[in-house]
Design a binder for this molecule. Sequence first.
Ligand SMILES: Cc1ncc(COP(=O)(O)O)c(C=O)c1O
Length: 449
Amino acid sequence: MEYSQIQLVKNPNITTPALNHFVKPNDIESLIRQYGTPLYLIDENTLHAKVKEMHKAYSKFTGSVKIAYSIKANFNPAILHAFRKDGITFDLTSLGELRFIKHCNGDPENFIYTSVTEEFNEYFEVLQSGVRRVVVSSFNGMTNLAKAANKAGVKPLTMIRVNPEVGVKAEIRASYKNGKFGVPFNGGTIDSANKIIKHLMYNDLLRFDGFHFHLGSQITDFSCYLHALDKMDVFITKMKKEYPNFKVNTFDIGGGTPVSYSDPVPSPAIIAKNFMYKLNQLADSHGKFTLMIESGRFLVAESSILISKIVNTKEYNDHKIVIVDAGYHLLLDAALLKQEYPQEIVPTLENKQLAPTQETHKNVHLAGRLCDTYDVFPLSKISNLNGADIGRYVSFYNVGAYSIVFNMPFHCQTKPPIIMKTCDDNFKLVRKGTSYEQLFVEEGGDIAY
Ligand SMILES: Cc1ncc(COP(=O)(O)O)c(C=O)c1O
């Protein structure tokens, strides 16, 4: 099979695991010569294509649709600049993210701020920065936002993060009974949507704008969205009876669109199709609203590859241990969630085909450089480690989400450089990587003793 043909044919309803071969082996080799390994590669075209795919999936909604990139998935400034060109919204969770996107000339009118901490000083900085849409997740949060709004002299659009408490089948669940995120519809205390709305309705400092929920990440069974939307419907009907002017202008259904690492997953189109009738029915019965879809993983995961070098091997009992110069300090979810990133040996120029070798009969274990039991990478069903010998390179695919941002200095490891393949087919260094000297200083090594 030719290198470029390994991509699987796409069924519009499901996304099968595929290797995004956006860099040719000879380009990989020359980038490695220049920057060494480990090395991240990001494809800008893939980022824009994902935004388009997401917009298309929700195009049947009768109101307007906004796609919000959840910066937490990858805050690399080159990625933020790329998405800024797409004119999408940015979903922020911390002051750090706010400063990053502001530095990238993001327009605060296009930000939605959903905090977990919800402190007064935090909200004050958020409002001073020009952000006008904030999602509150507790009564205390709403009070702090109102105080901050008063001090800043602005009246922000305020949304309530509800916890619909529905069963979620996903790798990471964010909605469950008595959960950390959002408030229940009717919790019996001030920390419930019902009580917060009461205050928002009669509050001169904040403008009620709508609801937000986030059910989880890597959601493959989307029935949870339907359950949550049904519960929303009942709650909105109740609120309309209590408050004659009650109107939802914005409804944010959070993130969760899955990415295929090892098993096929439903595409955004098929996910949206399954609850589009419900969204349109909500708009029919309660008035048109702007639908907001947050997405981190789906928008960035497939844009990035991590290239690592095989630096050591050993064999016994029909097993081959292959050790690379990366580790879970670069791909934390491989250890945390047993994420099966697809891996492949980079073909050498003479050996484009990588025919199965004797190693096919061996159990190959791909292990990282850390002296830690968990530093062994789970293999994806489409991983191909034929030819895994010392000196060869391994590509880890789909590493754009929740990986670069988790890079950590465990074992005194530095951050690798990142190269972006831009839309005009140039390779641009977008993160220099760090040195041991920088790490030493960061850790306080320059303090005199
Ligand atoms: C509130 C909120 N929105 C959106 C997301 C993004 O989720 P995903 O990356 O699965 O799309 C997250 C992830 O944790 C989140 O907490």
